[in-house]
Design a protein around this ligand. Sequence first.
Ligand code: URP
Ligand code: ZN
Ligand code: ZN
Ligand code: ZN
Length: 495
Amino acid sequence: MSKILLKKGTIINADEEIPDVDVLIDNGIIVKVDKEIKVEENVKVIDCTGKYLLPGGIDPHTHMQMPFGGTYAKDDYPNGTKMAIIGGSTLLIDFICPSKSNPSLVDAYKTWMEWATDRIHCDVSHHMCVVAYNEQIGKELEICVKDYGINSFKHFLAYKGILQLEDSYLFQSFKRCAELGALCQVHAENGDLVVEGCNNMVERGIMGPEAHALSRPSYLEGEATNRALMIARLANAPLYVVHVSCKEASDAIMRAKQDGQVCFGESLATHLSKDDSAYWDKDFDVAAAHVMSPPFRPKLHQKALWQHIQNGVISTTGTDHCVFDYKQKRMGFNDFRKIPNGCGGIEDRPSVLWQLGVNSGKISRRDFVAITSTNAAKIFNVFPQKGVIREGADADIAIWDPKATRVISGKTHHSYIEYNMFEGMEITGVPIMTISRGVIACEHQFVDGKIDWKNPKINVDTKHGRIVKRKPFSPYVYSRSIYIPDPEIKQTKRD
Ligand code: URP
Ligand code: ZN
Ligand code: ZN
Ligand code: ZN
């Protein structure tokens, strides 16, 4: 592996900006960060004048080729990781998801490893979903943490009959995760009441995609988020709420934080940029493309989510990338309940958040790095190997041209589906090169001064990426009591 010297860029980390600085990369690692590093022989020099050097993006929520809704998500590990490096991300944290018919974590792990091994263009780490709980699963949780390097576990309060866990099992699994130093995650929507909402739509004869939104209002997410937080409190377990889409849910996390509870919110680039209007589009394909859970919400919720990014209630941003093409979505043409749930975004998440967050003045460039990379690295315990540009860290770097522009489109993206959730969005500030563990993984080309997004130079194959194991007891999660010290258990003696 050759040495690379990045000359005169501006480093943007979550806690500092360092202008006009040189970064030397050797054997996959950042070995030196200094004002002036001498150019030696056999070093590839890249002039970064006027460019930002950002820690590679970390997408903490993806579903590559996930079996879901009677089909498989279209984008797989090879393509998803290719999209990552094209868009400036260098690590995906993907979900392994067992089924109710075989809830074994060990079996699911083996299946997903077959899918991922030697099939990734950049690094991938994994969360595990817990879809049933018993003594055996409790043992397998330990195997995941100690042998597989998986320290985060998603629990579903939604998808009744498919993935949903009832409260007593949630509690037992949360307790076990806390013993093991793992982080509990929840998909928080009240699954029982979503089914009631669906039945209500069916009774009214509303069977189109708009029924998806109408059947699961935001307060069902608020209820489930609050409940999950209280169950985590009882279990003395830290909690990470995935894809927070609304004011009620983010307010619940804010209240728990105010009470001193260790908990985190994640929002998606899609929920931060889109409202629910598409569900009423006359074109089924357009409406169905937006069917995901939780659904897109009326505008006021977007405002709340951005405020909660500003005040630190929402720590991370992901995509929940889990895409289905028009044909798959049409499985629910006559019945919204059969539209496979999921939307995309891996390739565009950094650009969209730069445009809507930084360019609008809502967040600083440092905040951007925090919510797209560093905070996820800390919470999921890969910091400072990932999520920062400093000596000793992995050389995962996105070189950002703040003046370059592009327009997002399904015509130029690299997803296997026909449409893009951010179609037509104009972006100023573009990742022009992505370095993954010291290798120039993706280089965008310019034609007549315009970025040719469709035809980037990809310089790595699917054997380049590594599966990243993570240790439990992340210091950013477990360094203090999760809630309040256990109450003294007292008993009154009565004769
Ligand atoms: O609709 C969604 N979100 N599909 C992916 C699975 C999940 O719930 O994260
Ligand atoms: Zn130094
Ligand atoms: Zn989910
Ligand atoms: Zn998901």
